[in-house]
Design a protein around this ligand. Structure first.
Ligand SMILES: NC(=O)c1ccc[n+]([C@@H]2O[C@H](COP(=O)([O-])OP(=O)(O)OC[C@H]3O[C@@H](n4cnc5c(N)ncnc54)[C@H](OP(=O)(O)O)[C@@H]3O)[C@@H](O)[C@H]2O)c1
Length: 328
């Protein structure tokens, strides 16, 4: 039985100590509170990773570029530091550190975000964007078969950050054929990210109706929510409820009937999910947190960092999920 040791997170003001064991980092905002700190030792044992460490690195929301550069430089040069999973800072980090990577995978290049940092066998530092794949895996796990084709429903994504770019990329893929929503709506509290996601959709040749709404207040977001059809997917990709308090919606918001309400996070106050649960039976909502997304997100990056195969479904994946659930 492996021992669960939760190490205090590193912060960019202090100097980073050289890793004494093979170490994977978790770059986020409140990494010490994440379930991965308890789950990782169990997974490491199951996956046969040996004596390895998970170390958090906490950064402020939209931190200084030099702080991201310092962390990437450290991982790049420290032999036993193997890589990292990046959350919340995916866009900001790659923007600040692009030249520090030897290679970007095609999705990191396309999306301008890095959710995985790893080293090739020759030591080259590589940035991957895993969210386009992992958000899709999580979405498929919660949707009935060919949901969009059967219902003609819509998608509302609250927030226009890295994970919204990733999810909308997945949903827009032409390879889904007729199984795509009839409309996608994206909201954001400030304009730059909204303009960025619109440019991104143009660049990838988005061929579904997509709307972009600037929603500086919860009331403005409530109004957009009212325009969504029954059965819509309503995703909270703002980080509100975990990275910062509150919800992008007010308590007066009314969800569409039979909506699938998904918070990308599974921990924190998750006020958005409380708002949905208050209407769950009256409006027949399916309420989902970010747990499955968490499992797919972490397993894809662990596979990359430690150069191992981890399946995305089947009995071995189910076992990995059960191990995580047992220490959640
Ligand atoms: N379960 C999982 O495994 C998993 C996987 C991926 C992501 N996540 C979580 O999902 C959240 C989002 O991740 P991310 O990487 O996309 O973060 P991000 O790049 O920081 O994006 C968040 C976006 O939400 C916007 N926003 C904040 N408050 C808002 C509001 N009240 N109304 C509308 N928009 C608002 C922000 O706007 P500004 O531009 O104004 O700051 C920003 O564009 C994070 O908390 C992350 O931990 C979870």
């Amino acid at each position: 039985m492996s021992e669960i040791v939760i190490r205090p997170p590193l912060t960019p003001e202090a100097s980073y100590p050289a890793a004494e064991k093979r170490t994977m980092y978790f770059i986020g905002v409140t990494t010490h509170k994440s379930s991965i700190m308890k789950v990782f030792p169990k997974w490491a044992e199951y996956l046969g990773l040996g004596d390895v460490v998970m170390q958090g690195m906490n950064f402020a929301w939209h931190d200084k570029p030099e702080h991201y550069r310092k962390a990437v430089e450290f991982i790049r040069n420290d032999p036993l530091s193997l890589g990292a999973l990046v959350t919340t800072h995916k866009l900001d980090l790659l923007h600040a550190c692009r030249d520090q990577f030897d290679r970007l995978d095609p999705l990191a290049e396309l999306l301008g975000e890095a959710s995985s940092i790893s080293k090739d066998t020759d030591g080259a530092l590589v940035a991957h964007a895993k969210d386009p794949i992992t958000s899709g895996l999580a979405l498929e796990a919660m949707l009935p078969e060919r949901y969009w084709e059967k219902t003609g429903s819509e998608v509302l994504v609250l927030g226009a950050g890295g994970s919204s770019i990733a999810l909308t990329w997945y949903i827009l893929q032409k390879s889904h054929g007729k199984n795509r929503p009839s409309r996608i709506v994206v909201t954001n509290r400030s304009l730059p990210r909204l303009e960025e996601i619109e440019r991104f959709h143009q660049r990838i040749g988005a061929d579904l109706p997509v709307e972009y709404h600037h929603t500086p207040t919860p009331e403005a977001t409530d109004q957009i929510l009212r325009s969504m059809r029954p059965g819509s997917l309503v995703a909270n990709a703002t980080g509100l409820g975990k990275d910062a308090p509150g919800s992008p919606l007010s308590d007066a918001a009314i969800f569409p009937e039979r909506a699938i309400v998904w918070d990308f996070n599974y921990r924190g106050e998750l006020v958005f999910l409380d708002q949905a649960r208050a209407q769950q039976s009256t409006r027949q909502l399916q309420v989902e947190d970010g747990w499955i997304y968490f499992i797919h997100g972490w397993t894809r990056v662990i596979a990359e960092v430690f150069h191992i195969e981890i399946p995305t479904s089947g009995p071995r994946f189910d076992e990995i999920s059960q191990i995580a659930a047992s220490v959640r």
